[in-house]
Design a protein around this ligand. Structure first.
Ligand code: ADP
Ligand code: ASP
Ligand code: MG
Length: 455
């Protein structure tokens, strides 16, 4: 049994779903369970409608919902063949419900995390129905499973944590047997609390859903089908000409994902590691390309660096003790503040009297700064980026830092960190330097390539 997860661009239109159908058909003998994201970029649109409505702009919100309805009907019904009357009814019912929800938000004038999830989840609920109907219409017997009936989570709406033991048991009991005889299709990203409230696993969470489902049904492989050939040596949104990494370890892939490689949600590798299931990243537009294989032990690599990750929109927080020297307990007090706000820190550097930390979002920044100011001076520096060299060979190759900083001799490097895992070397720079930095490092570390590992 295998898991095949298709991201938004892979199911954005009639043509895209037809390609998915053709791909899944070629894997039919491996008893695939298909996990899909919402169509195209529609999650953003749904969240935008929710914002508009809660800000009192009811008509704008309803217009966005109407546009989405049209998109789903046009592509969905064209795929559903003789089942189109049933699909039409499903799509319309979901959108009527969305209309009511949006009108309600406009009246109340506020948007709770729980309502946000109710609205966001419709994307995956519908795309999974559309794909299942399309498979059946194309003669590929399929069964739809509402992920909310098996993916149980806590109630931290918008970034819920799956309750893995319960979820694995439900998957083994209810989904695995179905997949013996039909292609099961499920929505990624969504789940439910035990008392039946819809939750989501956080943006980009469908990859994580796929690996949880893989672990739950004891799959042989988890395939993540997306719009690039695999994990590349550099983020293609920043530098073009990156090479495909053919083989990478779970630890390296996790580090890359954590430091900004959007191609994989950072939590994806956890269930896969636990059950030792390979994860393969593949391109739904070029299914003949072998992609990237992520396993516990990667193919040995002659290059010291496997890939360069980066993350934009990083804010540095400098926290300076108001006492002369760093009094003991200073770090503890700082981290208690972060703990209370549920905010995680990406990178950290300390000196005698000050601590610098980086955050990749600003949701809690105001509240955190205010609390810290009770015992420290705080300054905030916005518009930074983290760049991270990742590779297991970094730990036993001398001179990597020297080579990196030689290349960056004209760049102002604000913070440096070699992770405790010793398979990354990260630093913080101004966002405006990002392209220059990644491009220079890419030339330095990938001019010669180990053909066993890079394509
Ligand atoms: P999906 O909708 O299929 O989940 P995503 O947009 O979430 O797709 O992830 C794929 C994107 O990740 C690529 O289009 C690419 O822009 C981005 N990306 C960032 N870093 C990397 C990298 N190192 N290798 C490949 N893709 C990357
Ligand atoms: N549709 C969700 C999002 O856009 C989940 C995903 O695509 O993985 O974040
Ligand atoms: Mg994604």
């Amino acid at each position: 049994m295998i898991i095949m997860k298709f991201g938004g661009t892979s199911v954005e239109s009639k043509q895209a779903v037809e390609s998915v159908t053709a791909i899944v058909r070629t894997y039919q003998s491996r008893r695939p369970i298909v996990v899909v994201s919402a169509m195209g970029k529609t999650t953003n649109k749904r969240l935008q409608a929710a914002q508009e409505a809660s800000a009192g702009r009811r008509e704008q919100a309803l217009a966005i919902i109407d546009e989405l309805r049209g998109q789903h009907l046009t592509h969905g019904l064209a795929l559903a063949g003789s089942f189109s009357a049933d699909l039409d009814r499903y799509i319309r019912t979901h959108f009527e419900w969305l209309d009511e929800l949006v009108k309600g938000l406009a009246v109340v004038g506020e948007l709770s995390p729980r309502s946000t999830d109710a609205i966001a989840s419709v994307g995956e609920r519908l795309s999974s129905l559309v794909v299942s109907f399309a498979f059946n219409a194309a003669g590929l017997p399929s069964k739809h499973v509402d992920s909310r009936s098996v993916m149980l989570t806590d109630d931290r709406f918008t970034h819920a944590t799956p309750l893995l033991d319960e979820t694995y048991a439900l998957l083994a009991e209810n989904v695995r047997p179905l997949a013996e005889t039909a292609v099961v299709v499920m929505g990624g990203f969504i789940g439910s609390t035990k008392d039946g409230h819809t939750t989501t696993l956080g943006r980009g969470g469908s990859d994580y859903s796929a690996s949880i489902i893989g672990a739950g049904v004891d799959a042989d492989e988890i395939q993540i089908w997306t719009d690039v050939d695999g994990m590349l040596t550099a983020d293609p949104r920043v530098v073009s000409g990156g090479h495909r990494v053919k083989s990478i370890s779970f630890a390296e892939a996790a580090e890359m994902a954590y430091f900004g490689a959007k191609v994989l949600h950072p939590a994806t590798v956890l269930p896969a590691v636990e059950k030792d299931i390979p994860v393969v990243i593949l391109n739904s537009r070029r299914p003949e390309v072998e992609g990237t294989r992520i396993t516990s032990k990667a193919v040995p690599c002659k290059n010291p660096v496997k890939s360069i990750s980066c993350k934009r929109g990083v804010t540095i927080l400098n926290v300076r003790s108001t006492r002369m020297l760093m009094a003991h307990g200073f770090l503890r007090r700082i981290f208690e503040v972060f703990d209370r706000s549920g905010t995680s820190v990406d990178m950290l550097a300390t000196s005698e009297v000050s601590v610098s930390l980086t955050l990749d979002h600003e949701e809690a920044l105001e509240a955190i700064s205010e609390e810290l100011r009770q015992f420290a001076e705080v300054t905030v520096e916005r518009d930074h980026a983290i760049v991270c060299l990742v590779g297991e060979n970094i730990r036993h190759t001398p001179g990597i830092a020297g080579r990196a900083f030689q290349v960056l001799s004209n760049i102002n490097v604000r913070m440096i960190s070699q992770g405790a895992s010793v398979l990354n070397l990260g630093f913080v720079i101004a966002d405006s330097d990002l392209e220059t930095v990644v491009s220079a490092l890419h030339t330095e570390f990938f001019s010669e390539l180990d053909p066993e590992v890079f394509a």
